[in-house]
Design a protein around this ligand. Sequence first.
Ligand code: UDX
Length: 444
Amino acid sequence: MSYRLTVIGTGYLGATHAACMADLGFEVLGLDVDEERIARLAAGDLPFFEPGLEPVLRRGLESGRLRFTSSYKEAAEFGDVHFLCVGTPQKAGEYAADLTYVDDAINSLAPLLERPCVVVGKSTVPVGTAERLADTMARIAPVGADAVLAWNPEFLREGFAVQDTLHPDRIVAGLPDDRHAAEHAEKVLREIYRSMIAHGTPFITCDYPTAELVKVSANAFLATKISFINAMAEVCEAAHADVTKLSEALSYDDRIGGKFLGPGLGFGGGCLPKDIRAFMARAGELGADQALTFLREVDEINIRRRIRMVDLARQMLGGSFDGRTVGVLGAAFKPNSDDVRDSPALDVAASIRAQGAAVTVYDPQAMGNARRAQPSLEYGESALSAARGAHVVLLLTEWAEFRGMDPDSLASVVAERNIVDGRNALDPEKWRAAGWTYRALGRP
Ligand code: UDX
């Protein structure tokens, strides 16, 4: 049987999931309370930058299998399976996750559920949330126990969202304790992900709390790996060693591996920083805070990289930013994204500006979002224009365009040939040979 799917919440996760499920042949209805977002998606216009997603979205719309709405009533009547993909940002002034959007979605959908269905949570939530939502659903859904909740966390990376959705590393299904309900939800999920399972993707079933924890512990591990190598970078700086060589040498040990061992300005974005903080907050509520105190250190190492970057730039200018000009390459939290949420690059640019320098930023995709987030910075329309007249240039997001820059062309526009490579993305020999003073985090 081919199920009809709804996707509630059409941000990075939801828009990608909806378009990809339509591509797999399902009829999909995407829902968002943001009418403007819905109108853009329905017109085939992606509201954010994600390589390769727009053609999939358009294909879905043209096939007639993908539609969008802002009506929960329409979604409730349409869907056999409802995917919950709303955001869970960090609460203002607290570490904990803000579950308003998740609660709003369930409180809007559940009272309208009059036919049997499976609601599948994909949002990243604090452990214990699924159990609570299942209780709410059982209480307020007219169809009662025939609306079953499953938890199926999503691991997609921005910049690789389509690839990660269609070819995931694993599928995790958190199922209810009731055996009959669990078997039903598992059968439905196996059917939806049939093509991936057929290609060998592991399908892991577990209870709700384990499924919720898989997601946050995966992100905690990745954040820890990045902060580990960045802590080594701090030691390398003190010992005049080279963290890029160290990282390369470590990577050949299969038990360690080279992924997420890239030293530099550290992690940002809409997931890693807020997920480790929400994880600490939740562990505290559960009385298990000691287990995660190391994540506080992971967070602090990460933030220290930004401070060190600012210090290094100041040092290259002889100790003060006053009256100096700084060119910043990169605003997105990582390449191939226009996302500036908790972006290390933008954070560094803003704090240098606050210390008195004139800062001009360029990013290949994130200019609109960066301008909205940091209106007091100057913006250039190319790397060369951001670097024009600069006393120091900072490479803060490792876009391919910046990795491939020609040191001589950049030299022709700057005031002084000073560059700080915040992502260890350039070849120091090449830049030094072209007359630049090259500095990087964790390297002599
Ligand atoms: C992350 C997880 O990878 C994904 O599985 C989860 O679902 C959501 O969070 P994303 O936020 O898209 O995905 O970014 P990711 O590619 O993980 O990068 C996170 C940050 O770490 C970026 O700021 C990146 O620049 C930084 N990073 C990554 C490093 O500093 N060094 C590395 O070696 C790798």
